[in-house]
Design a protein around this ligand. Sequence first.
Ligand code: CTP
Ligand code: ZN
Length: 153
Amino acid sequence: MKETKKQLSVSAIENGTVIDHIPASNLFNVIQILGLDKIDNLITFGTNLESKKLGRKAIIKLAGIYFEDDDINRIALVAPEAKLNIIKDYEVVEKSIVKVPDNIAGIAKCVNPKCITNFEDVKTKFKVVSKKNVALKCHYCEKITDQEHLVIV
Ligand code: CTP
Ligand code: ZN
């Protein structure tokens, strides 16, 4: 079931954004991070599609929605290989890849159980100290949260 023009597993869209190459296991994290459950536009998605690179990938198609770079880069923690396709009149007019940002607010939990963000109503804040194997340094307690311990808020 490869996503080809001959046979799309998820219908083509006329205008909007296609987020492709999301690891299937992180589809719902992406939906949560982008707040897609709170918007009224037409959204279609497919998951457990075959992918050479990812094994199983997911794809999200958003009609009439275009993201700012800052917004889309928020998904880089859970979908570092995601590709963005901007669609106008059924054609792909722009492609980009997500980039792990230098700083992250919210999204992830701090690994340190004693961190203020884990027992008071304080939003997490991190400096990204490694982008390849993501490592986040907490602004409050300075502990490092690595990829393996990454929990999405
Ligand atoms: N797509 C869509 N609606 C359109 C055009 C494209 O939903 N009107 C989707 C395709 O299904 C695909 C993605 O947008 O998932 C990118 O389209 P395209 O560049 O044509 O596909 P590929 O070349 O396979 O993309 P890539 O190799 O860059 O991942
Ligand atoms: Zn902390």
